[in-house]
Design a protein around this ligand. Structure first.
Ligand SMILES: CC(C)(COP(=O)(O)OP(=O)(O)OC[C@H]1O[C@@H](n2cnc3c(N)ncnc32)[C@H](O)[C@@H]1OP(=O)(O)O)[C@@H](O)C(=O)NCCC(=O)NCCS
Length: 198
């Protein structure tokens, strides 16, 4: 599947939420407020630069133009509200892997299983439709919730880079790298034990 085969009209349907591409229409003061909210940006690299509406629009347009990135909006089914984003990319086509990153910007929607479902949908897209072999995600060691969500989808903690990140308090924090292979994803989907689960 090529980048242009997934259009802004396409959907990845879950039960509580669905994913669609983020477009310029999504670049609202609400999106800007998410990235300024310390509960949301504490563990996001966006916090290093001011996230003005103009900067957000430039980023979204870059993602729409990029052959190596899919920036999805996480949309709540019932209310059709855009509550956060999840990105598959950049994709390394030579080695068939991609990074995955995400946030739920609407903090009153935390703890409803939205991130878990969004990561599952993104993983299904990456493995089954893009044909990737590996997904990976890096996070601050203190981001307990994000680690739990990844593990519940089937990711494994593969590596710890000691003191690699500077946290909001100015202290040094370990960088945790999680990975998920297509074989593991398929085994979980088919209900088989995974080779690396022991
Ligand atoms: C981390 C984040 C994505 C989790 O999203 P979410 O939609 O609230 O997560 P879910 O509801 O799918 O939670 C799944 C599991 O993780 C647990 N969890 C979520 N946040 C947690 C937290 N802060 N501390 C402990 N556990 C947490 C939930 O209890 C749930 O566990 P359970 O299935 O055993 O009940 C969300 O809090 C967020 O966007 N945070 C700010 C941005 C961010 O950190 N992004 C990730 C960067 S790596």
């Amino acid at each position: 599947m090529g980048r242009r085969d997934f259009t802004p009209a396409d959907r990845l349907m879950g039960t509580k939420i669905f994913l669609r591409l983020v477009t310029l229409q999504d670049c609202t003061p609400r999106y800007e407020a998410w990235l300024a909210d310390p509960r949301v940006n504490r563990y996001l690299e966006t916090r290093w630069r001011p996230q003005t509406l103009e900067a957000i629009r430039t980023f979204v347009q870059d993602m729409l133009d990029s052959p190596d990135n899919y920036l999805f909006a996480i949309v709540e089914h019932g209310t059709q509200t855009h509550v956060g984003n999840i990105k598959v990319g950049p994709i390394n086509a030579n080695h068939a892997y991609a990074d995955v990153s995400y946030f739920i910007g609407e903090t009153d929607r935390h703890g409803r299983g939205y991130a878990t479902e969004a990561i599952r949908l993104a993983a299904g897209f990456a493995f089954d439709r893009l044909g990737l072999h590996r997904l990976q995600a890096g996070l601050y060691a203190g981001n307990i919730g994000s680690g739990k969500v990844l593990e519940s989808v089937g990711f494994f903690l593969e590596g710890v880079f000691l003191g690699q990140l500077r946290n909001v308090e100015g202290g040094w924090e370990d960088h945790h790298w999680y990975g998920l292979l297509r074989e593991t994803w398929e085994a979980l989907r088919d209900g088989q034990p995974t080779s690396d689960s022991g």
